[in-house]
Design a protein around this ligand. Structure first.
Ligand code: SF4
Ligand code: SF4
Length: 465
């Protein structure tokens, strides 16, 4: 399948040609002269939405433009009463589809929320940057009439079980090293476009969002006694590229799409407002079990270094059969750029690198191609500080706000981790049960079928998706 909608657009009627978007684009996909409307090279574009975040050119909002605004909101897939200005750079919206399905009592509606939503959603309701609201988010989703409120964090724990086992296997055999993480679809699309010969270095794991979708329509369907084809699976993501990822041909399970629709943090906020839900005064409610119970390790996937930290917590204990001495691994935490570390795990000196921001990855890829890359395991997240800074997050108009907001969202993610009783993926009781009752073992037959994937050579120009 080819995704025909490029998802990220620049409205030529609104673009002033300031090229602020071109300055943040990590892959030089924005084309145009200063002072003239810009266009996007869809082949190079990784759909990260950073241009959408930075764009400050917007339509005047007055009586004479009201009709035009209604037309543009419809074209953009947004709800008619959304109050955000119409910016020149925007991502295609899917909220109208979700609203229609929520009103259909015959569908069984399942929702999952990425780790980085619960630390940013409240900003859309006027609360300070980084306010942590998992309980209100679950309550809001229940009032929107989702039948199951599940969590991507649960699938992040599954990812660690699968990816950690894969890494241990590769380190022991010395094959296909270094291994790159594969949970950021913008990074995956970039690798497929510029380095198809290196794709065997990516972990074969699907992203947590897709793993969750596959589990909802198999294990979850069995638990609820529902036909998989009756389940409508929605994912709330901080990321515009997740809309592209869910449409990939290989992201299906037994003939059903794993994730039917992805909406962003901003789209969820607009739906909550549209339904008149008083988010600030909602009580804290739990996620549903078992696909909504997560460890602290699952919750840190939303920040740069989070996947690495979660993997080391589990990898250390699986290899040494001893408790990791310290759960807070400051050496992989940080900001935009590249961080490296050597971690002693029993006899093994594991060399790791964390890449935050896609513009830093090409130098690493060049070293892998030359055979001189010294690392065993490399985490890559396309956005500057991981998903807390994703293209679908609440929009920040001032540069000064941006750093403060990212820092506050990251602190909230780490606070959330430190408050969890279980902080290692392999100790999550519902993960243990999932393997015992359904998956068997990491990298086993069922896991391989549901949770792993193959990548695509996109080096040819005409191949957009
Ligand atoms: S979505 Fe990302 S890659 Fe695509 S044009 Fe915008 S900034 Fe560049
Ligand atoms: S870092 Fe996160 S938000 Fe950004 S493109 Fe990757 S998965 Fe999406």
């Amino acid at each position: 399948m080819s995704y025909k909608d490029p998802i990220i657009h620049i409205d030529e009627q609104l673009c002033t040609g300031c090229r602020r978007c071109a300055a943040v684009c990590p892959v030089d996909a924005i084309i145009g002269e200063p002072g003239h409307p810009q266009t996007i090279d869809a082949h190079r574009c990784v759909v990260c939405g950073q241009c959408v975040q930075i764009c400050t050119a917007y339509a005047a909002d007055n009586e004479s433009t009201t009709a035009l605004r209604a037309v543009k909101l419809q074209e953009r897939g947004q709800l008619p009463n959304v109050r955000e200005p119409l910016f020149a750079a925007y991502s295609s919206g899917d909220i109208q589809k979700v609203k229609a399905v929520l009103a259909d009592p015959k569908r069984f509606k399942v929702v999952q929320c990425a780790p980085a939503i619960r630390v940013s959603l409240a900003e859309e309701f006027g609360l300070p940057f980084g306010t942590l609201t998992p309980g209100k988010m679950a309550a809001a989703l229940r009032r929107l009439k989702f039948d199951r409120i599940y969590d991507t964090n649960f699938a992040a724990d599954v990812t660690i079980m699968e990816e950690g086992s894969e890494l241990i296997g590769r380190v022991m055999s010395g094959e296909r090293l270094p291994m790159f993480t594969s949970c950021c679809p913008a990074w995956v699309k970039h690798a497929e476009t510029v380095a198809p010969e290196l794709l065997e270095h990516l972990s074969s794991c699907k992203s947590p969002m897709q793993m969750a979708g596959a589990l909802f329509k198999t294990y979850g369907a069995e638990l609820d006694g529902i036909a998989p084809s009756d389940i409508f699976s929605v994912a709330v993501m901080p990321c515009t590229c997740k809309k592209f990822e869910c449409s990939r041909e290989e992201m299906s399970v037994n003939g059903c799409r794993e994730v039917d629709v992805v909406i962003t943090t901003r789209e969820l906020a607009s739906l909550i407002k549209d339904q008149g839900i008083d988010f600030i005064h909602l009580p804290d409610e739990p996620f549903d079990s078992p696909l909504g119970k997560y460890s602290g390790a699952g919750s840190i996937f939303g920040v740069t270094g989070g996947v690495m930290e979660a993997a080391i917590r589990t990898g250390y204990e699986l290899i040494t059969h001893e408790q990791i001495p310290n759960l807070q691994l400051d050496f992989v935490r940080g900001e935009e750029g590249i961080r490296t570390a050597e971690v002693q795990i029993g006899e093994l000196e594991l060399k790791v690198a964390v890449v935050a921001g896609l513009k830093y990855v090409d130098a690493v890829l060049a070293k892998v191609a030359e055979g001189t890359c010294p690392y065993h395991f490399i985490e890559v997240m396309a956005c500057p500080e991981g998903c807390v800074s994703g293209g679908g997050q609440p929009k920040l108009l001032l540069e000064t706000q941006r750093k403060i907001a990212y820092q506050a969202r990251k602190s909230a993610v780490y606070r959330h981790d430190s408050h969890q009783k279980v902080r290692k993926s392999h100790e999550n009781p519902d993960i243990i049960k999932l393997y015992k009752d359904f998956l068997g073992e990491p990298l086993g037959h069922t896991s391989h079928h549901l949770l792993h994937t193959k990548f695509v050579d996109r080096s040819l120009k005409e191949e957009m998706s």
